[in-house]
Structures are given as structure tokens and as C-alpha cells.
Design a protein around this ligand. Structure first.
Ligand SMILES: [Zn+2]
Length: 157
């Protein structure tokens, strides 16, 4: 699959402009459908006090709002840097059809944005992760799934 350099140029420009404008980190993303830009995003973590406001997440939110849909089937995401595990998962949840990335995780790490520890955490058993992660009230919590299964008007996703 081939990416369109025009859209990657845009993602990179968004990343650089985000830095030079003082808004945030050097990350930008563009979401494209049928050769047209649906939405863009840039890192807004510090600007909005939102640790999840990575460029890709912001672009996904903007694209979903623009399309009035919770899925981005048929869309391609161009991101100035290889997605971190959170963004990668979000891209999968959004059902994008392809990911084009500019710089690599190693390039981000060299600039002080190291997400390698997250990939390591994901491989560890739950009880060996850095943040204590404890199962509590499983049987009680399952009642929410029972409610979901019984909900006639649910929107499956
Ligand atoms: Zn991310």
C-alpha cells in the first residue's frame, strides 16, 4: 500500500507548527478518506491538560465529529510519528484502513518521547506491571455486561 506524500507533508507541517506556535509537542496527524482530508490534529497534551491529547487522538476525535460517526472505516491516518500504544489502539478501535507514519519510535525516543516502556508493560503479566493493577468485584462488575446483552436498542460497535 502506498501513501500520498502530500498528506504526510501536512502531518509533518502540523507537528512542526505545533512546536513553533508553542502549543505543544512535535506530533501531527491527518485523516483522509477518498483522497480528501477529513480532519487534522496536533498534540494538545500540555495546551489542554489532557494526557490523551496526542496528535492521532485529536485527529480521530475531529474526524469522527466531522463525519458524525464513531468509526473511521475507509479512512487512512497519516501521522508524523509512529503511533504510541495508546494511539495505535485508538486507530484500531476507530477501524482506520491504513496507517502511514513518518518518524519512527526510535526517533521519538531520541527526542525525549520514549514509549518503549509501554510496549514492555503490555507484554508483562498484569501482576508484574509498574502501576498496581488489581482485580476487584469481578462477578458484580459482570452485571454491566448482562445489562448490555439485554439492551434491545444497543448500538453494537
Ligand atoms: Zn500517542
Amino acid at each position: 500500500m502506498q501513501g500520498n506524500p502530500i498528506f504526510m507533508e501536512k502531518a509533518i507541517a502540523l507537528a512542526t507548527e505545533n512546536v513553533t506556535s508553542g502549543r505543544g509537542g512535535p506530533f501531527g496527524a491527518v485523516i483522509v478518506r477518498d483522497g480528501e482530508i477529513v480532519a487534522t490534529g496536533a498534540n494538545l497534551v500540555t495546551a489542554t491538560n489532557d494526557p490523551t491529547a496526542h496528535g492521532e487522538i485529536v485527529a480521530i476525535r475531529n474526524a469522527c465529529a466531522a463525519l458524525g460517526d464513531f468509526q473511521l472505516t475507509g479512512c487512512h491516518i497519516y501521522t508524523s510519528c509512529e503511533p504510541c500504544p495508546m494511539c495505535l489502539a485508538a486507530i484500531y478501535w476507530a477501524r482506520c484502513d491504513a496507517i502511514f507514519y513518518g518518524s519512527c519510535a526510535a526517533d521519538a525516543a531520541a527526542a525525549g518521547f520514549d514509549d518503549a516502556f509501554l510496549y514492555e508493560e503490555l507484554k508483562r503479566p498484569i501482576n508484574q506491571r509498574k502501576i498496581p493493577t488489581v482485580n476487584l468485584m469481578r462477578e458484580r462488575a459482570i452485571s454491566s455486561f448482562n445489562a448490555w446483552r439485554a439492551q434491545a436498542g444497543r448500538i453494537d460497535y
